[in-house]
Design a protein around this ligand. Structure first.
Ligand code: G
Ligand code: G
Ligand code: G
Ligand code: MN
Ligand code: NA
Length: 250
């Protein structure tokens, strides 16, 4: 309860922070986007990872307030990058089940885009495969609303759930993110799931990004399998915007 109270104060007091992790186009090595990942800094400088407070925020409903704060912060950052000559960098934001189902989601996004004059295609909404599969008709309707607004949609942690081909075709997602468990398995020669997801995505006209790429050998295999994009420690860890800006300007 006290943690929840502290989290509410941290959100209201603008004490949370966002780290950004680049997403790389495998053929060119170009940075095409970044994923926003929230962190909670303690007074001693230690960072609490999202795993330790997002579930609590989700259960309590505080995730709505956190999501509003995150979207405003991300849009402000996109405007800053535009002013620094780094325009065109898309930012992927994680949206939990409660946020995705919340009635205010579309208005919230539209309002933030308008406030900072941001082209909608520079925002991507990530939902996990398990959220995407919960109530098929509702999810399809919500993704249609997001697409009409012009934002992109990614299915996160893909491969861990049980999406059917027919359902996936109706979802109209822009991107599948192969769960990093399957990228880790590539170290033992097990590439079949990654290969299957890449082929599935391409059959349906959906781009495919590999998560958790840590070694050049994984990137090489993914490139040979035709995977479009990658994200992971091989390229960069999630970092504060200022560090990422320096890295991008190199
Ligand atoms: O770096 P990593 O520990 O950042 O992230 C752990 C998990 O926390 C990820 O699975 C991610 O989906 C989730 N997460 C990170 N930032 C956010 C956020 O702003 N909102 C939501 N809903 N989840 C987030
Ligand atoms: O939203 P999602 O669950 O995909 O969040 C991505 C998570 O993966 C974050 O916790 C992020 O810090 C973490 N991550 C990003 N790149 C790597 C990587 O190369 N290896 C590992 N082990 N974790 C990573
Ligand atoms: O320092 P860290 O463990 O986050 O670095 C992970 C990888 O990300 C490095 O091997 C490097 O390829 C890349 N990286 C991190 N920081 C920078 C940077 O400031 N400039 C460049 N060019 N690459 C970086
Ligand atoms: Mn994610
Ligand atoms: Na993921």
């Amino acid at each position: 309860l006290s943690l929840l109270n502290d989290l509410e104060l941290a959100i209201g007091g603008n004490q949370l922070t966002v780290h950004y992790q680049p997403q790389i186009e495998l053929q060119t090595g170009q940075v095409i986007a970044v994923e926003a990942l929230v962190r909670w800094p303690l007074p001693d400088g230690q960072l609490i990872p999202p795993d330790q407070f997002i579930p609590l925020a989700e259960q309590s409903g505080l995730i709505i307030e956190l999501g509003e704060w995150l979207l405003d912060t991300v849009c402000k950052q996109i405007a800053t990058w535009r002013d620094q000559g780094l325009g065109g960098l898309r930012v992927a934001i994680n949206v939990s089940m409660v946020q995705f189902n919340h009635d205010g989601l579309i208005d919230l996004l539209a309002e933030a885009l308008r406030r900072y004059l941001i082209p909608p295609e520079l925002i991507e909404v990530e939902i996990t495969e398990s959220v995407a599969m919960r109530k098929p008709e509702d999810v399809i309707a919500r993704i249609d609303q997001l697409k009409r607004l012009g934002v992109q949609v990614a299915i996160d942690d893909f491969g861990t759930g049980f999406s059917s081909l027919a359902y996936l075709q109706r979802l109209k997602a822009d991107r599948l993110k192969i769960d990093r468990a399957f990228i880790r398995d590539m170290g033992t020669g097990e590439t079949s799931i990654a290969e299957m997801v890449i082929n599935l995505g391409h059959k349906l006209g959906i781009r495919v990004l590999a998560e958790g790429v840590e070694f050049p050998a994984q990137a090489a295999i993914l490139r040979s399998l035709g995977c479009d994009e990658a994200q992971g420690y091989l390229y960069a860890k999630p970092a504060p915007a200022e560090l990422l800006t320096l890295w991008l300007q190199e």
